[in-house]
Write a protein that binds this ligand. Structure first.
Ligand code: FE2
Ligand code: FE2
Length: 378
């Protein structure tokens, strides 16, 4: 499919054009981040004393609000007020457009005390301009990312560009560090060179939509952008560690930090768009208590070296339809990051694959049939 023009349907996106009643004015909170602050600012929290119990920290990724079903599902997120004292990490792939981000941030900040966000590949897409989306952003690469950060700040959502703050709810204190590292095609076999990587994936009819819509200006390539980001966030994490010695971190990144957390049974070569080996040891280097990710649309929990890794995706409607059919709504997909379970003895444990009931299941049952292209995931 190299070089072939993709349609909106093939991209798996359905540009939001009729339900974007995201009312910035009614729900937005001021972005009063203090560069020297190390604690969550009070502007983004409820002033009701009853809401000030310590609170828990949750995460969800890949809510993909281009899909009407997911937009409807989002309305139920914390709608009973049960998370007013809690924190939420939105771990990328909220959607492609400003409207998607505004909707996601509006609901999340209404229902949770503090909200963090890190970008996914879908936020970075520059969508094709059509008559129906004539006012869509034409920003590309880093400029599109910058637009997303500005929108997040309008809602008081903490981004990778903001100071990392302390979480002192249940399971804390920890420093919550949303980061952005992209990928560099290094999740590939040793006998495949960087230059050959994309063609190697295409040999199996696998190609990420990113190759068409995720631009890398002003950098020379996606891997060049990735290298810059890895250096930047390694420095940021080092500084946070020095500022808070002995305080563990919760690292949130859309892409998995480690290649051994990527298992794509029917499209294994899609791995090249799933992260960078440069971050493989960050959980140990930065003493992460939990690492949160998304992107794979395959929920799983792993323990490595005493760190818990949580793939926290919701995914496309067809990917959680079986759970919907069982009566599960979006609240069932919130992953509890903190306090969470105690670490297993020795710090390592077999992968816990999660489906509707949050229990372990066989990953071989994940895919009923092989997708024709890779654009069906992430
Ligand atoms: Fe993704
Ligand atoms: Fe996704």
């Amino acid at each position: 499919m190299a070089g072939r023009k993709l349609t909106i349907e093939e991209l798996g996106v359905d540009p939001l054009n009729d339900q974007a009643e995201a009312s910035k004015s009614s729900s937005a909170v001021s972005n009063s981040l203090n560069p020297i602050s190390t604690k969550v600012e009070s502007d983004s929290v409820s002033q009701d004393p009853a809401d000030h119990r310590p609170g828990r920290l949750y995460a969800i990724a890949d809510i993909h609000l281009s899909f009407p079903t997911n937009r409807e599902a989002l309305e139920k997120l914390g709608q009973d007020g049960q998370h007013k004292s809690d924190g939420l990490i939105l771990c990328g792939d909220i959607g492609e457009t400003h409207d998607h981000l505004e909707l996601g941030f509006r609901i999340a900040t209404q229902r949770f005390r503090t909200v963090w966000w890190c970008p996914g590949n879908h936020e970075l897409y520059t969508m094709p301009v059509t008559d129906a989306s004539a006012d869509a952003s034409v920003a590309r690469g880093e400029a599109k990312y910058d637009e997303c950060v500005r929108i997040a700040r309008q809602y008081g959502v903490l981004t990778p560009e903001d100071p990392f703050v302390m979480w002192e709810g249940e399971g804390g204190p920890v420093v919550v560090t949303p980061i952005f590292t992209l990928y560099d095609y290094s999740f590939r076999p040793d006998n495949v060179s960087l230059d050959e990587a994309v063609d190697w994936a295409r040999e199996t009819d696998v190609e990420a939509t990113d190759e068409h819509l995720l631009h890398f200006e002003p950098y020379t390539s996606r891997q060049d952008w990735c290298n810059v980001l890895v250096s930047k966030f390694h420095q940021r994490l080092s500084e946070a560690q020095a500022t808070h010695p002995g305080v563990p971190m919760v690292i949130a990144n859309h892409w998995p930090l480690r290649q051994d957390l990527v298992y794509l049974r029917h499209i294994p070569r899609f791995s090249i768009w799933c992260g960078t080996t440069l971050t493989s040891n960050w959980h140990k280097e930065f003493e992460a208590k939990v690492v949160v990710s998304g992107h794979l649309h395959i929920r799983r929990t792993d323990w490595k070296d005493g760190t818990r890794f949580e793939e926290s995706s919701l995914g496309y409607p067809r990917q959680w339809k079986d759970c919907m059919d069982m009566g599960m709504d979006i609240n069932g997909f919130l992953r509890e990051i903190l306090p969470g379970p105690p670490a297993p003895e020795g710090g390592n444990a077999p992968t816990l694959w999660r489906r509707c009931d949050q229990a372990s299941y066989n990953p071989a049952e994940l895919f009923v049939k092989k997708p024709k292209t890779s654009s069906g995931i992430t």
